[in-house]
Design a binder for this molecule. Structure first.
Ligand code: GLA
Length: 499
């Protein structure tokens, strides 16, 4: 949580401006509710000197960068900086800030790590990819891993890294970084906010153990409407994205400031389980998302009923779809008010471009019966688009929650994994798998490493199911689907019934 200079100022930053924003984060009460980082994005670079040492921009940062970090620290805040994995920064290309040419980390890892983190004292770095991708055609994993190692060795190993490769980079990212961007740059527009939420919809499995999908810096306090700001902030909180304010905090409208300081929503974002909400229902542009908060598989959950369309929509969800039962108490986290308890379902009219977010506390938590493919972890997944036939989540209007996983199989490693298939008591179940039939497909299933026998798959029609007897142990089970010799069919979901 914090502030970053890019959305409002792009490369037109300077030390007075950064210090004023640092003052504002304190004065406006944002520090008190958890916003801690002041991040200097692109635009601070001067040129390297004869020894290759980076200089601060001569007239934007005449007092140097250490003075900026020191000032930020003196307010009890943390300081973030920016660079590129290649040789040129994005601003030197797109904003024609030619002073950023040669400013990237490539070939200067040791020097820059020393300077930024030991000498200047920055605590966080966002690492872009313009110079490494477009210019040098480097490999993402190798490049970011080398940079991480250099930072640990020559800088400090407590420095947090954000990978800015504008797409989910691969499951290796959590070994290197605290967070990684999943989309191209956010813009101050409804279409952009809506698009990023959709991009992040199937990625909940990659948010784990304190590593997060980064939905990009906030556009709140700029030109979005009141309800669009609710969607933006509410879903960034539900999905545990970093919350980096992107507006001018000295002139932020009161309404937006109030939203950014909504402690009940921030609590969802900063919840100790650190989970990303996942979709349990999708229909024509409306979505219901849910996540555990406070306790895993407890009776308290957070749910968002989100209307991305241009018309008001009635959204209803059975409590059982949220794995809850009995009398449920709801609390509206925008209005900070309790609602009348419900027993069977939650139903609400949601305005266009709006969302309702509830904390739900029910009498009982029930065993899950459904596992969507878009909740699963795909060990070989990335969204870099480098190879055509790679495993990915694909939008499918006819699928449950509108996603399938496609291009699985072909090798044992190219699998779909659910590692939290939960059974209260353990025992025998019937597992029904929903898939899209296609000729010459195979399916191998294992539960905690033990293979399950699969009968012949159907090869034609729209949707097919296959039902298999399985045995689950008490607690979490790891179910893996793959095929080592040929493609798997596209998987929609599986359901479990006690047998
Ligand atoms: C890329 C990043 C942005 C910003 C700019 C800076 O576009 O994705 O967030 O850092 O570079 O030039």
């Amino acid at each position: 949580m914090g502030w970053s200079s890019w959305n409002t100022y792009r490369v037109h930053i300077n030390d007075t401006l950064i210090k004023k924003q640092a003052d504002a984060i304190v004065q406006k009460g944002l520090k008190d509710v958890g916003y801690t980082y002041i991040n200097v994005d692109d635009g601070f670079f001067g040129r390297r000197n004869a020894q290759g040492e980076m200089q601060p921009h001569p007239w934007r940062f005449p007092g140097g960068m250490k003075a900026v970090a020191d000032y930020v620290h003196s307010l009890g805040l943390k300081a973030g900086i920016y660079s590129d994995a290649g040789t040129v920064t994005c601003g030197s290309i797109w904003d024609k800030d030619s002073i950023g040419i040669g400013a990237g980390l490539y070939g200067h890892e040791e020097q820059d790590a020393r300077l930024y983190f030991r000498d200047w004292g920055f605590d966080f770095i966002k690492i872009d990819y313009c110079g490494a991708g477009q210019e040098l055609d480097l490999d993402e994993r190798k490049r970011y891993t080398a940079i991480r190692q250099a930072i640990n060795r020559f800088g400090r190993n407590d420095v947090e890294i954000n990978i800015c490769r504008w797409a989910f980079p691969g499951t290796w990212a959590s070994e290197v970084a605290a967070s990684w961007r999943i989309s191209s740059d956010i813009r101050d527009s409804w279409g952009s906010v809506k698009g990023i939420i959709e991009k992040n919809m199937p990625l909940s499995a990659y948010c784990h153990d304190g590593h997060f999908n980064d939905m990009d810096m906030l556009e709140i306090g700029r030109s979005l409407s009141e309800s669009e700001e609710r969607v933006h902030f509410g879903l960034w909180c539900m999905m545990s994205s970093p919350l980096l304010i992107g507006c001018d905090m000295t002139t932020i409208p009161e309404r937006s400031l109030g939203l950014l300081k909504n402690a009940e929503l921030i609590a969802l974002n900063q919840d100790s389980l650190a989970l990303q909400a996942y979709p349990v229902q999708a229909a024509d542009g409306t979505y219901v998302l849910v996540k555990d908060i406070e306790q895993r598989r407890g009776t308290v959950r957070a749910t968002a009923l989100y209307n991305s369309t241009n018309e008001p929509r009635y959204i209803a969800i059975a409590l059982s779809e949220l794995e809850l039962e009995g009398k449920a108490r709801l609390r509206d986290l925008f209005a900070h008010t309790p609602l009348k308890p419900v027993r069977d379902s939650i139903a609400v009219l949601v305005a266009p471009h709006d969302v309702v977010i509830y904390r739900v506390e029910a009498e009982r938590r029930i065993e899950p019966t459904r596992y969507e493919a878009e909740w699963a972890w795909l060990p070989l997944y990335n969204d870099l688009g480098k190879r055509k036939k790679e495993i990915h989540y694909a939008r499918d209007k006819h699928a449950s929650c509108e996603y399938v996983v496609t291009m699985g199989g072909g090798s044992r490693e190219n699998a779909i994994v659910w590692d939290n298939v939960y059974s209260q008591e353990g025992g025998n179940y019937l597992m029904t798998i929903y898939y899209r039939p296609a000729p010459i497909r195979g399916l191998e299933i294992s539960i905690d490493g033990t293979p399950v026998a699969v009968s012949a798959l159907q090869s034609s029609g729209d949707v097919a199911t296959i039902t298999l007897p399985v045995k689950l142990r008490r607690g979490d089970n790891r179910i893996e689907m793959t095929c080592s010799t040929m493609w798997m069919p596209d998987i929609d979901k599986f359901e479990l019934r006690k047998h």
